[in-house]
Ligand binder design. Structure first.
Ligand SMILES: Cc1ncc(COP(=O)(O)O)c(C=O)c1O
Length: 394
């Protein structure tokens, strides 16, 4: 079961609100990272809206968040643009060929003519600040965003915004470096009165305790003043980090070639694919019914203070899922006691970039989704059945 803490979500939202108010910018939730729409009421008051990666996320933003909508996709088709023109507030394009293809259609729309719909272009500042190529839109040959060289001499009529997204789980020093490249390569455009907004994308780890929020505030203020533009931030992870866990049950325990193995009710590839894709190693907690305090709700979340209780000890197990994929393994984890069939394990930080990526591969039962409220009560939002697996396939 995925369990999301409403208290932790509200804590993150409050931090984000404080930052955006101090910086004088707008901040929206990137739905690609967290799209559990029944939790939107716990974010809506503090955030300005959502950023959508395409038509379906934009629908979700329209129907359930009901605030500002920024849509950016690497490519739209005609149907997407026709529908998006009716309700998105920013429509950001990835390439000049896409913009030129749809420009006349968009610019003739009444919402564009009234100023309710603004259009922007994603740019590539060619300034890599991260270590992982998979998450670097600035790598040579990147398909994300247009370079300053490609923009030179082009007809930019109708555009009023620039959008860059280059960071991933980074501090504001990386933003500072990126902004230097933006000033150098795109400053001349931002200085022109035609451009009224700059979207600084996501990847800002704002709600992490060590994140330098003062520097972010200074950078946003400086940029706003320098160019007289509205600044937008669109974090996903910073909204949902440390707000959710995935509860698993130990289904079998045995040994192979000197390894202790545990098969769980949840799958790495099916239910937490970033463990394999990113890759990353979640903290794991054993809910120990034999220890003092047993019987409390099996969720340990108050925002930031649970790492010291992560499982550790002499009993090491390779934790894997119930699929046929040989590599469906979360990793090797140590516990203070032997694992038993029926034990509950909790994987930390499973709200962002997990629930949005799950599958029903192998027909493995999809975990239910629940909210944990401030009084400790659990509200089950959704349980999945065989019909959900069946109906997605035809
Ligand atoms: C265009 C864009 N905006 C925002 C985000 C959100 O990033 P994060 O969840 O790292 O804050 C992403 C993530 O890939 C993105 O591609």
């Amino acid at each position: 079961m995925f369990v999301i803490s409403t208290t932790a979500l509200q804590k993150n939202a409050a931090i984000l609100r404080e930052v955006k108010d101090a910086a004088g910018c707008h901040l929206v939730l990137a739905l690609k990272g967290f799209a559990c729409w029944k939790a939107f009421p716990f974010l809506r008051d503090d955030l300005d809206g959502c950023c959508a990666s395409g038509l379906w996320e934009a629908f979700l933003a329209r129907d359930y968040f009901k605030k500002h909508i920024i849509t950016y996709s690497p490519a739209y088709d005609e149907g997407d643009v026709t529908e998006l023109c009716e309700f998105t507030h920013h429509l950001d394009f990835n390439s000049l060929s896409q913009w030129y293809r749809f420009r006349e259609q968009v610019m003739a729309h009444p919402r564009f003519l009234s100023g309710e719909l603004l259009c922007g272009l994603r740019v590539n500042p060619e300034c890599s600040t991260g270590d992982t190529a998979l998450y670097d839109p600035c790598v040579a040959g990147s398909r994300l965003g247009i370079t300053a060289e490609q923009l030179a001499g082009q007809d930019l009529r109708g555009l009023s915004g620039l959008h860059f997204h280059t960071l991933c789980e980074q501090n504001s020093d990386a933003l500072e470096t990126t902004l230097t490249a933006i000033h150098e390569k795109f400053g001349h455009l931002l200085h022109s009165p035609q451009f009224t907004y700059l979207n600084m994308g996501g990847g800002h780890w704002i709600t992490k305790p060590f994140y330098d929020r003062e520097r972010l505030i200074r950078l946003v203020r400086e940029t706003r003043e320098k160019y007289q533009v509205d600044v937008w931030l669109e974090p996903g992870e910073a909204v949902a980090i440390h707000t959710g866990v995935l509860r698993a049950t130990v289904m079998d325990v045995f040994e192979s070639a000197g390894h202790r193995l545990a098969i769980l009710s949840i799958s790495a590839t099916g239910h937490m694919p970033d463990v394999m894709e990113m890759p990353y190693r979640p903290d794991v907690f054993l809910v120990d019914n034999t220890s003092p305090g047993a019987g409390r709700p099996a969720v340990i979340m108050d925002g930031e203070h649970y790492h010291p209780t992560a499982a550790t000890g002499p009993w090491t197990y390779r934790l894997g899922g119930p699929t046929c994929l040989a590599g469906d393994v979360v990793g090797d984890f140590a516990f203070h006691r032997e694992l038993k069939i029926g034990d509950t394990l909790i994987f930390d930080d499973m709200a962002h970039y997990t629930m949005v990526k799950t599958t029903t591969f192998n027909g493995v039962k999809h975990p239910a989704i629940a909210l944990q409220h401030g009084d400790g009560s659990l509200e089950i939002l959704r349980e999945f059945t065989y019909a959900d697996f069946r109906d997605r396939l035809s």
